[in-house]
Write a protein that binds this ligand. Structure first.
Ligand code: FO1
Length: 326
């Protein structure tokens, strides 16, 4: 058994701040060029004439060590001259764009207007930031999460940021998904014969992972993947570590529990990493599981959760003679 948590390539599905935390944990415990992170683009929107891609940018900043340590999104050591000037012009300031972050949105908008693909742009920026993992959008085609609430239909960022997730969610739809193609880079990553693990990060299953799964072919690519698919619980007890996961689960009629998340992913996953505080739910998880402390505050936590997920994948892929059928 290799000293490293796994040999071969690893693919992570991620969105939001929570997902990026585990992506960093995987990046740190693996050979850096063996990781591909497939990122949700359902949060993307055009704002002030700029293309904003929050989950891709959060992943870039997190793996580059540039992310704002508390917020998780945007950049550390940021300045806000642009926002102050925008406010003085009476423009929209509900979505906060720091001066350094602004450069990324301006450059992306410029390059996409010259028909560069999102995959190519993000790859160029990742290289520029010294990131050796592959960060790829789930699709280069537009997919936008629309949130049906008791206040009518909202764009994702209107719901998430401007209205602070307050409206009750009735349903979600992923506009454009049916016509979207899985990005070539994402499809290639999942099609690798040497794939060792696919990790579904502890992102919001409904807001961050479901848009990825809504891109036609993504589910079949995951089912045909040569490696076990391991999901990491985004919940500890009845609480999401961050964000509106618990609130949305209740509003969508789910029992707020890790077992509901495993059930939601259904036959897509081969294993599940449960928080050790939820040990009593273990018997109700229908797939093989690992338990660990899934709370990721510092880097060692992110590495621990990454190793637990990779170890479960390895166990399911090559069950040792001692373990027998898992
Ligand atoms: N989240 C907020 O709660 N408030 C903001 O003003 C905000 C600005 C922002 C700017 C760039 C960016 O990449 C992300 C930003 N986010 C902000 C986070 C964003 O809403 C993401 O969609 C969430 O992290 C969920 O994925």
């Amino acid at each position: 058994m290799s000293a490293l948590p796994t040999d071969g390539r690893v693919v992570a599905l991620s969105g939001g701040v929570g997902g990026a935390k585990l992506a960093l944990g995987l990046y740190r415990v693996l050979p850096p060029d063996s990781l591909t992170v497939i990122v949700n683009t359902g949060d993307d929107f055009d704002h002030l004439g700029l293309r904003i891609c929050p989950d891709l940018d959060t992943t870039l900043y997190t793996l580059a060590g540039l992310a704002h340590p508390e917020a998780g999104w945007g950049r550390r050591d940021e300045t806000w001259t642009f926002m102050r000037a925008l406010e003085s012009l009476g423009s929209e300031t509900w979505f906060r764009l720091g001066d350094g972050d602004l450069a990324l949105h301006v450059e992306r908008t410029r390059r996409l207007a010259r028909d560069e693909s999102l995959t190519a742009f993000i790859g160029a920026i990742a290289r520029r930031l010294g990131i050796r993992a592959a960060i790829v959008p789930m699709s280069d085609d537009p997919v936008r999460t629309r949130v049906m609430t008791d206040h009518g239909e909202l764009g994702f960022q209107e719901y998430f940021v401007r209205l602070r997730c307050e409206p009750a969610v009735r349903s979600l739809r992923f506009e454009g998904a049916a016509a979207a193609n899985v990005s070539a880079a994402a499809a290639d990553a999942l099609d690798q014969p040497g794939l060792a693990a696919v990790i579904v990060c502890p992102s919001n299953p409904f807001l961050s992972i479901d848009p990825i799964l809504a891109v036609p072919e993504m589910r079949s690519l995951l089912k045909q993947a040569a490696a076990p698919v391991i999901a990491v619980s985004p919940l500890i007890g009845e609480h999401a570590v961050k964000g509106p996961t618990a609130k949305i689960m209740r509003e969508l009629g789910w029992t707020v529990a890790a077992t509901s998340v495993a059930e939601h992913y259904g036959d897509l996953i081969d294993g599940f990493v449960l928080d050790e505080r939820d040990r009593e739910q273990a018997g109700r998880v229908q797939v093989p599981l690992a338990m660990t402390d899934t709370l990721m505050t510092g880097l060692p936590d992110r590495e621990r959760v990454a190793r637990a997920a990779l170890a479960l994948a390895r166990e399911l892929r090559d069950p040792g003679p001692a373990e027998g059928p898992v």
